[in-house]
Write a protein that binds this ligand. Structure first.
Ligand code: NAP
Length: 257
């Protein structure tokens, strides 16, 4: 048995945990930060389609190191969201220190088509700065965290959509939609039309379930302010598919005997 820690928080992480759960050569623990725990992911341990699930932070690098040693983990899979930079950095540090393989599962970034109008920025403050010249009505689709970067903006109006209510502070002129994808293109077009949106701001998550807003923006010829992903840790091996991760885990299983 190869004991694996899967750091989740994405659809791919969940799918990997489900696959490993039925593979007899692995014993995987699926770990969630616990902010968006939903039905089916809410059990603390064992007995569901994802095998053993643990929920909550580890307590920084020392806590993760301790947990990995305590549970005799032989490989870590980082399947967190591309913007979950802190967890990824902690995983890289612990993997390096303990000399345990780290596999980073990342869905590919979105790619602009020639008829898209995307303006790439390095981070949310960069998006907030760029925004001032782009239009009156902004659709902010960046998740619950990070809206504070736009809080000082008194001149533009914001439609803020996230799975859970956004963290304050918020810009003074706004409307909130609490909703979880997947979203259909026709619904996204309606939303842009109904709220007379001039600009879309989003993070380059690459998530298929939320890509329809990009198609809708293209069809409405609305500019998209696209926040680039943070840099990946310079440790571990990157994979873009579930199958490739499983193949590598099998190879490690054979290597470790
Ligand atoms: P983060 O800034 O990288 O992580 C903050 C802290 O949350 C970490 O230091 C860790 O706490 C804990 N944590 C994060 N992921 C964890 C996991 N899989 N298992 C156990 N603890 C975890 O990440 P975040 O942006 O807060 O994201 C939290 C979770 O939401 C991640 O699992 C991520 O995949 C998911 N998510 C993030 C985004 C986004 O845009 N950032 C979007 C959708 C989903 P300790 O230091 O105490 O260990």
């Amino acid at each position: 048995m190869l004991r694996i820690l899967v750091l989740g928080g994405t659809a791919e992480g969940r799918q990997l945990a489900e696959k490993l759960c039925v593979a007899t050569e692995f014993e995987a623990t699926y770990s969630l930060a616990g902010r968006l725990v939903r039905h089916g992911e809410s059990c603390a341990t064992g007995g569901n389609a994802m095998g053993t699930v643990r929920i909550g932070g580890f307590g920084g690098v020392p806590g993760l190191r301790h947990w990995v040693l305590d549970n005799e983990i032989a490989a870590i899979v980082d399947a967190t969201h591309p913007f979950a930079a802190r967890m990824s950095s902690h995983a890289a540090q612990v993997s390096r220190e303990l000399d345990i393989p780290l596999l980073r599962l990342r869905r590919p970034a979105w790619i602009a088509r020639p008829d898209d109008c995307w303006l790439r920025v390095p981070d949310l403050p960069g998006a907030a700065t760029l925004l001032s010249d782009l239009g009156e009505r902004i659709f902010l689709s960046i998740g619950r965290q990070g809206v504070a970067a736009f809080a000082d903006n008194r001149h533009q109006w914001f439609l803020i959509r996230s799975i859970q209510p956004p963290d304050p502070p918020l810009p003074p002129r706004h409307e909130i939609i609490v909703e979880r994808g997947p979203f259909e293109c026709s619904a996204e077009l309606d939303l842009l039309r109904k709220h007379r949106i001039d600009v879309l701001v989003t993070k380059d998550s690459g998530t298929p379930a939320t890509a329809a807003k990009l198609t809708a923006a293209r069809l409405r010829q609305i500019p998209v302010v696209m926040v680039d992903r943070p840099a990946e840790p310079d440790h571990g091996t990157a994979f873009t598919s579930l199958d490739a991760v499983c193949r590598e885990l099998r190879r490690l299983r054979e290597q470790f005997g």
